[in-house]
Design a protein around this ligand. Sequence first.
Ligand code: PBG
Length: 324
Amino acid sequence: MILPQRPRRLRSTAALRDMMRETSLRPENLMLPLFAEEGNNVRKAVDGMPGVERQSIDVLVDTARRAQDAGLCGVLLFASVDAASKDNSGAAACDPNGLLPRAIHAIRAACSEFTVASDVALDPYSVYGHDGIVEGQVIVNDATVEVLARMSVMHAQAGANIVAPSDMMDGRVGEIRGALDAAGRTDVGIMSYTAKYASCLYGPFRGILDSAPAFGDKRSYQMDPANAREALREAALDAAEGADILMVKPAGWYLDIIARLSATAERPVAAYQVSGEYAMMWAAAQRGSFDFDRALLESTLSIRRAGASLILTYGAMHVAEMLS
Ligand code: PBG
């Protein structure tokens, strides 16, 4: 048989495959989401998500140190708020002595060169589990944005280098940028959840923070999974309003969105491999369907191949270990 083209030639040895590899995945492409909880020496494992825990600040500091030593690019902090502190105004979210500012401050003090990103949204603090102030059945946009801007300045003052608004309210990036600049924090960046889809894959996360919506769903602010062009509009708006990094979320089912944004938007693109993606891989591996480690590596490599500069994943530490 005469075959002029034999692509297999370049796959025949490990050395050739290494030479031909188009995409590299390194620990510095990875950021680890962490959950802060009140208390001391607290570690509460999360069922179905290996390696994920809610941790008190002393333990978090230790975890952040290990993440830095593993070569990760940073951590993204979420607050696990007790039911008694939740309301419909975001009061606890704006308390400068609240859980998140204290956690940010402690990690910043222990890891001065590390990237500390903080979640900016009201759902962990909301009695309704929504990402905004609720009036009747409506999630109010502009009043919410004001709170998010205050929250962002507080996180910046506590030591965050990046604030990450995960709410999908309109105009919040511009408002946050303005508030940070007015407070003299021109140095603090904004990683915007630009194309955040209304996804079933957030289920485990809402279990961790006890933040499932008390009524309705999030489809009046998070994006319709059917839409791609709309993501380009969101990206253009966030970029114009001053976002430094544009995030797509979830990641694995939205690789086309990652690819489109990274080809068109003049900003680095991040992608969040969310709780449901991680739990799904673990559950399938538990059934013996495939190997968890390989699934984790293949999925994160694929997100990178699609064009993400930065990947947020609960498996960040494990992936970094496997890469080194
Ligand atoms: C909400 C928020 C969500 C996640 C991060 N921030 C979920 C939601 O919209 O309810 C999900 C992250 C994950 O599933 O890992 N501000």
